[in-house]
Ligand binder design. Structure first.
Ligand code: SF4
Length: 464
């Protein structure tokens, strides 16, 4: 596919609607509480009984943080009480044991991700115990091709702790930076020394980590093109393999922490557009490839290669390369994807704790995909990952005539084509370089649920 991208201010303004990020389809809004642990077990059993069972990807949610970042929309618990983390890990060990029993032991864990919260809230010793427990109940991989990643808060980790993480088997890190400007850091209550953070990129390479990703956010209070340009230049100078540059979506009615941000200090939509354009220009000039949504990667990175070769996937961490895996979610609020179901754990710590301490799988809700869901998931994933859809990829597998089945949706795409977001042919459609920045506006046309059950309060973020 063509990985070119082109910024078009008018188009972005016109298509700046609130919409899902499609880390799953159906999205989490469609998960239902009637989907319980028994339903989940049926899918795990069926996944073991497949002719060739899939390898596993395991996500572990560690929700504790030492302090509150005011922009935060994650499921987390801010505390200074280390004993809360100890209790959580004890119960997590029980959940690992329960979930481990559901999957055959020869199903290798090709991909492991520790996210949060702040995974490095926990001590090295606690991390060792956690990895040992995972190793006891799942077939952790020691292959060089494994992808074992951890989100690292540079305020809690130096190069000494990084060495320990490498020893435990992690070979990828993701560093939260967001912005290096002191005034911005102050306004979002996340003060961190930029140099110490950037030194970790070098440190991690020396320790053998084969991928470093850095997260930035644009649209934070007091950001200007000048200040954010400096942040990007500083980060690009150390050449991380991947960059995720998120748009700050101010939704204080949903995320309480954001009430601490003074809305008057947030850049106007015009400035946010400038910041977005600046980000794309600076990163592509520096040699990064735009993958989609908020993600950029070096040309030789696996994400870029997976996109070129057509096997990129969208999942709860954004974009990922291991399309062939079943995903096991562990810990509070974690979401798994096994066969054709999604299953989410209890979203608040007390409910999750109650279930696990009673010896019950802490499944809160989920969804079993219908054939129509699977068809639409495939189309939406193809748009989000590759910016294109080939009708014949779906016609044979789902026994449909694409033009008949999606006559309404294809009719809607005509306006997008007129506006320059995509080009259609007889056998499919492809996003233009301008349309690649508006992939979700294209994907939303194939979301069957979007127009049937809209809440009055916006649940989804906008592009700007
Ligand atoms: S942004 Fe990360 S470190 Fe900050 S409060 Fe949220 S989860 Fe914790």
């Amino acid at each position: 596919m063509d990985q070119q991208v082109k910024f078009n201010t008018d188009l972005i303004k016109r298509y700046d609607v609130a919409g899902p990020r499609y880390t799953s389809y159906p999205t989490a809004v469609q998960f239902i509480e009637g989907f319980d642990a028994n339903a989940y077990r049926r899918y795990t059993t069926a996944s073991n009984n497949e002719l060739i069972p899939k390898p596993l990807s395991v996500y572990v949610h560690l929700p504790f943080c030492h302090s509150l970042c005011y922009y935060c929309g994650c499921t987390k618990k801010v505390t200074r009480h280390a004993e809360q983390g100890v209790r959580y890990l004890e119960l997590l060990n029980l959940e690992i044991e329960m979930q481990g029993k559901l999957f055959d032991k020869d199903r290798e864990v090709e991909q492991l991700h520790f996210g949060g919260g702040t995974p490095t809230f926990h001590t090295d010793e606690q991390m060792s115990v956690l990895m040992a427990q995972l190793n006891r109940h799942f077939a952790l991989s020691d292959s060089d091709t494994r992808e074992y990643s951890i989100e690292v808060d540079p305020r809690t980790v130096g190069n000494d702790r990084l060495a320990k993480l490498a020893e435990l088997g992690f070979n990828r890190i993701s560093l939260g930076v967001q912005d290096i400007d002191p005034k911005v850091q102050q306004a979002v209550n996340r003060i961190q020394d930029p140099q110490a953070t950037l030194d970790m990129v070098d440190g991690s390479r020396k320790l053998g980590f084969n991928s470093v990703s850095i997260d930035l956010i644009y649209g934070l209070p007091h950001q200007t093109s000048d200040s954010f340009g400096k942040t990007i230049d500083t980060v690009v100078a150390v050449k991380p393999d991947r960059l995720a540059v998120y748009n700050y979506a101010h939704m204080p009615h949903i995320f309480r922490a954001q009430r601490m941000i003074n809305a008057d200090d947030i850049p106007s939509p015009e400035i946010k557009l400038e910041l977005m354009e600046l980000t794309i220009r600076k990163l592509t000039d520096a040699g990064y490839v735009y993958i989609g949504m908020d993600h950029f990667a070096l040309p030789e990175d696996e994400l870029t290669i997976a996109q070129k070769e057509g096997h990129l996937q969208r999942n709860f961490q954004g974009y990922s390369t291991r399309r062939q895996c079943d995903l096991v979610g562990l810990g509070v609020s974690a979401i798994g994807k096994v066969g054709d179901c999604y299953a989410q754990n209890q979203k608040d710590i007390p409910s999750w704790q109650n279930a696990v301490s009673d010896g019950r799988l802490p499944i809160w809700r989920g969804v079993c995909l219908t054939t129509e869901d699977r068809l639409r998931r495939g189309i939406i994933e193809s748009i989000m990952c590759h910016g294109e859809v080939h009708f014949d990829d779906f016609e044979a597998n789902f026994d449909i005539d694409f033009n008949d089945h999606f006559a309404l949706e294809l009719g809607h795409l005509q306006q997008l084509e007129k506006d320059g977001l995509l080009k259609t042919t007889e056998s499919g459609f492809i996003a233009t370089p301008e349309g690649r920045l508006l992939l979700r506006a294209i994907a939303m046309n194939f979301d069957e649920y979007l127009h049937t059950k809209q809440s009055k309060v916006p649940r989804f973020s906008r592009v700007i």
